[in-house]
Design a protein around this ligand. Structure first.
Ligand code: NAD
Length: 296
């Protein structure tokens, strides 16, 4: 089995690395947070003092970092030059396609293989090992990565060449933000008219308003026991990360002169919510902005 280095052990990376360990992989991880490193050790992994140290003997390096800036900083010329030849690099962070293509080109110039493999499915999917991976890169590298991605996910898609995984992921998250806001608007309207949020959600789940935000990630506290809304919006997908993804969608729209009016509206709502001091909590908390609360 290949040795794996895992860089970025946060809400998503931590449970993804734990699932690789459960499937028998030897995982060495690095994160800036001691808590994240401690969790990897508890899951049976090893830790290192730096990303370079963790990766120098790895056959596969997986990264799960906040943004493109972090990814570009990690995959520097120096870092890649210290890897074993032919190392497979898998970046699962959600970032812009331009950076994804640039780091993949740099990796190729140093004799490594690289794919972008952002994920969908949230922290619950990361824990359950049921993530969807959306891969951009060469077919042979996608095939090589598949058995590893299968240890962390259920559905593995090859979207196209380098960067295509990120484009597909950004489209998905723009749609996610739009239906989360739409779902929040509908539940807020119904409860203001005295409806029970659980009953209203059940009705819409069996009607044409049915969607993932309503069914799996309901934004109203208490409707779904396991959703972040029922634990004060902690431990999910941060407002700041959703704002970043909507910014990436807006940039992608500008690049191709594509109109994304609802995506742009969603970006502005999430930016307002973040600027009101809510950047670190789960993105389903946007329902509180519609409720007229400035803080969740
Ligand atoms: P997170 O903030 O919980 O985790 C990021 C981790 O990276 C943190 O533990 C941080 O300490 C670490 N880190 C930052 N810089 C580092 C560096 N230079 N070296 C090593 N570690 C470093 O974020 P997350 O929710 O796990 O999200 C990670 C990525 O996955 C983001 O791009 C996000 O958009 C994407 N994503 C998140 C979700 C979700 O539901 N949370 C779902 C799909 C995709």
């Amino acid at each position: 089995m290949p040795n794996i280095a895992f860089i970025g052990l946060g809400n998503m990376g931590g449970p993804m690395a734990a699932n690789l360990i459960k499937k028998g992989h030897n995982v060495t991880g690095f994160d800036l947070s001691d808590t994240a490193l401690g969790a990897l050790v508890s899951a049976g992994g090893q830790t290192s003092v730096s990303a370079s140290e963790a990766s120098k003997n790895a056959d596969v390096v997986i990264s799960m970092l906040p943004s493109g800036k972090h990814v570009a900083e990690l995959y520097s010329e120096e870092f890649i030059s210290n890897l074993k030849p032919n190392t497979l690099l898998i970046d699962s962070s959600t970032i812009d396609a331009v950076t994804a293509r640039a780091v993949a080109q740099l990796a190729a110039s140093k004799g490594c293989k690289m794919i972008d493999a952002p994920v969908s499915g949230g922290t619950s999917g990361a824990q359950a090992g049921t993530l969807t991976f959306i891969v951009g890169g060469k077919t042979e590298d996608y095939e090589k990565a598949r058995p590893i991605l299968k240890c962390m996910g259920q559905n593995i898609f090859h979207a196209g060449d380098s960067g295509a995984g990120q484009v597909a992921k950004i489209c998905n998250n723009m749609l996610l933000a739009i239906h989360m806001i739409g779902t929040s608007e509908a539940i807020n309207l119904g409860t203001r008219h005295g409806l029970d949020p659980k009953t209203l959600s059940e009705i819409m789940q069996k009607s044409s308003g049915r969607n993932w935000s309503l069914e799996v990630y309901n934004p109203y506290p208490g409707v779904l026991e396991n959703a972040p809304a029922s634990r004060e919006y902690s431990g999910g997908f941060a407002v700041d990360l959703m704002t970043k993804d909507l910014g990436l969608a807006a940039e992608a729209g500008l690049e191709t002169k594509t109109s994304t009016p609802l995506g742009n509206a969603a970006l502005n709502l999430y930016r307002m919510w973040s600027e009101s001091g809510n950047g670190a909590i789960d993105f389903s908390s946007i329902i509180q902005l519609l409720n007229g609360k400035l803080k969740a």
